[in-house]
Design a protein around this ligand. Sequence first.
Ligand code: SF4
Length: 208
Amino acid sequence: MSAAEWVPEGGNVDTLRRAATECRGCELWEPATQVVFSAGNPAAPIMLVGEQPGDSEDRRGLPFVGPAGQLLQRALAEAGIGVADVYVTNAVKHFRFTPQGSRRIHATPQTTHLLACRPWLEAELRVVDPQLVVCLGASAAKSLLGPTFRLTAERGEVRERDTPVGVRRVLATLHPSAVLRTQGPERDEAFAGLVTDLRTAAAAVEKT
Ligand code: SF4
């Protein structure tokens, strides 16, 4: 499984976005409503990479527009990162879910999906060429940095790392959904941790 044959050579983010609507690089396209490619400034200094679109994103065709996206917007604002400072995308571009009655329950993408979809992420990295990549959660970090990366041990640090498109400055932090899943007073702590990591990201780039 691989998206490689659908990824055009050259072009800009809009070229990629259009081409991705045709992608059949893995089976996730079929039950999903549509591909969810990216949003934000293609010339942004920071590229945020999430895991995959959720239910709201799948319906609207835009990344981070559901509850996790709203939390992310708050965290970005608290960290002093503006809308023009970020390009937002996901490691996997179609929603993976398990149907449960009328509901669609998020299902974590498997390594095969991360690998199949990675040619899109690689193309985005080449075109956007951000100063810093921020991986939101373990799936994004594993897609870019390999299966041995340990988020809990290495989160919040800006480091030069080997990626499929060469050495890049990367910071990994929590996915906003992980903050939402945290119950009780620990949720505030988890949110504060996300903001702290995003402040580190903001300090590591020249903003627009
Ligand atoms: S998830 Fe990625 S590789 Fe799979 S069909 Fe969608 S765009 Fe293609």
